[in-house]
Design a protein around this ligand. Structure first.
Ligand SMILES: Cc1cc2nc3c(=O)[nH]c(=O)nc-3n(C[C@H](O)[C@H](O)[C@H](O)COP(=O)(O)OP(=O)(O)OC[C@H]3O[C@@H](n4cnc5c(N)ncnc54)[C@H](O)[C@@H]3O)c2cc1C
Length: 479
């Protein structure tokens, strides 16, 4: 089969029979026609179509080592720096198509699956570990262009370091039985972006678990019996791309996943009951390096888009002469160029790992993933500050089609644009930074890769500081 197109993606998704709960009801009928999902599904279909476009095919796909079919390039296991750059160019094309707003365009999870397969040997010969199952899942996903969501966070019940879950009925998803057929899982995992609207769900535990019942990893089809996706309220403002330019296209939905005595067949289990393997799987595999390489590429495209929005706002109402406006936009430029330099460095310093795959250098990626959660909310604040009242003076598409159009044309005209164009750009600024869609984007960029506080803390703890201490010690003659 190889790389799918948009039509194949939609047909496969509509056939998937996942149990998705939205606003008190179980969703029935075609997902691609549901008001909450149709915009996103259409945008994803566009991404899949790009893979087959004659113009882009060489940049978007590579040839299957098994069938010779074209395969989505985010599944490519990089062996050279040129492979890494090819991956980046493919990621950029998809990110541009979504203005960087789709955190879970399929390349994110394809990259995760690729990285786990590339490090599967880490589990060779270890107790209760099945590296061959990771490799076969990777092959299945690569050859059929499967899409994934993942979930690894326990329910947010009690985050004290002294808390240990003792409830009779599991809260956090755990192994409650092991039988001839596989593992039985019961409990919940906190969050899965696009949960229910991907072919598969990858489940694993974040490092730090203390009990072997929590130490597992597996991937199962989203419509596996007993798996339930509970969605939050939708942030789609409506169908109109004039009124809701971003949420009508890119609202991804987040859901909690409940596992009710779910049987995970052995051939889908990567490991179980092995705390050390669970920790190493996340920390020593190339998961972080390859995933952040994808993330940083998307975030750069998103920052370019935001800078474009900011400059359009400035030009629209002609405020570029003010120094504080220049300073605010230069903050965005500095953020953008810093992120680009970090990506360049991560690729430049990449090295082949012990299993023969090219890993981007981790340090620049770690730095980038601690910077972006801080600068992204600031970019949104800058958009609001330069917009002032414009970002709330937002007549709708219907207003422009009504008899008050004359008033709108007269009083909402701008220095360099007519009223309708001016409102379009301000509506975009609002959807980007102030609508429920926009504020969720901010929360996403802060948290989706983990708590930024703990990411910074890890950076501090693992950074080699000794040589700098030695320099200072020598300067002032300390022993
Ligand atoms: C929009 C969005 C989409 C997401 N999508 C996914 C997804 O698809 N799949 C997935 O698995 N996860 C997803 N996540 C979850 C994400 O991984 C978590 O939000 C992140 O790891 C933080 O965990 P938490 O939300 O449980 O926060 P908590 O750990 O509950 O933290 C709450 C607060 O307490 C502080 N805190 C808690 N414990 C400590 C500690 N030990 N030390 C210092 N401070 C502490 C934190 O700094 C924070 O301020 C998503 C999150 C968001 C917001």
């Amino acid at each position: 089969m190889g790389a799918i197109n948009g039509k194949q993606f939609i047909e496969r998704l509509n056939k998937l029979n996942s149990e998705i709960w939205y606003d008190g009801k179980m969703i029935e009928g075609k997902l691609s026609e549901h008001a909450t999902f149709k915009g996103l599904i259409q945008s994803k279909a566009t991404l899949y179509d790009l893979q087959g476009s004659q113009e882009l095919k060489n940049k978007m796909t590579f040839l299957s080592p098994i069938t010779g079919d074209s395969i989505g390039l985010s599944y490519l296991q990089p062996k050279t720096k040129e492979d890494l750059k090819s991956r980046r160019r493919m990621i950029e094309i998809w990110a541009r198509s979504t203005c960087g707003m789709m955190g879970r365009s399929p390349d994110y999870m394809n990259t995760v699956i690729m990285s786990l397969a590339s490090s599967a040997a880490l589990l060779d010969g270890r107790e209760n570990c099945f590296p061959e199952h990771i490799l076969s899942l990777y092959e299945l996903a690569r050859e059929n262009d499967l899409s994934f969501t993942h979930t690894f966070i326990t329910p947010q019940v009690n985050r004290s370091q002294l808390f240990f879950e003792l409830s009779k009925e599991p809260i956090s998803a755990k192994i409650i039985d092991r039988n001839e057929q596989g593992l039985i899982i019961k409990g919940a995992r906190l969050l899965a972006t696009q949960g229910g609207i991907t072919d598969e769900v990858l489940v694993y535990s974040a490092p730090g678990m203390l009990h072997s019942d929590d130490a597992f990893a597996f991937s199962i089809p989203s419509d596996t019996k007993g798996v339930k996706f509970i969605c939050r309220e939708s942030f789609v403002g409506g169908d109109s791309t004039f009124n809701h330019p971003l949420s009508s296209r890119f609202e991804e939905m987040d859901s909690m996943i409940v596992f009710d005595h779910v049987l995970v067949p052995w051939n889908r289990v990567f490991f179980y009951d092995n705390l050390e393997a669970a920790r190493d799987f996340i920390l020593q595999s190339s998961f972080h390096q390859q995933a952040i390489h994808q993330v940083l590429t998307r975030q750069i495209v998103k920052t370019e888009f935001i800078l474009g929005v900011a400059e359009l706002l400035v030009e629209t109402i002609n405020i570029s002469e003010y120094h504080h406006i220049q300073e605010k936009l230069s903050e965005m430029i500095i953020g953008l160029e810093t992120m680009k330099a970090l990506l360049e460095k991560a690729e430049h310093d990449a090295e082949v790992d012990e299993w023969g795959y090219m890993r981007p250098s981790y340090l620049p990626l770690q730095v980038a993933s601690t910077i972006f959660p801080k600068i992204y909310p600031r970019f949104c604040e800058i958009i609001q500050l330069i917009s002032a009242s414009g970002i709330v003076t937002l007549p709708t598409e219907n207003d422009f089609a009504s008899e008050i159009r004359g008033d709108l044309d007269q009083y909402l005209q701008a220095a360099s644009m007519n009223a309708e164009e001016r409102v379009k750009i301000f509506r975009l600024a609002w959807d980007l930074t102030m609508s429920s869609f926009g504020t969720r984007q901010t929360q996403y960029e802060r948290y989706f890769f983990g708590d930024p506080i703990r990411l910074s803390s890890n950076l501090y703890k693992n950074y080699s500081k000794d040589k700098y201490v030695a320099l200072v010690s020598k300067f002032i003659n300390l022993n």
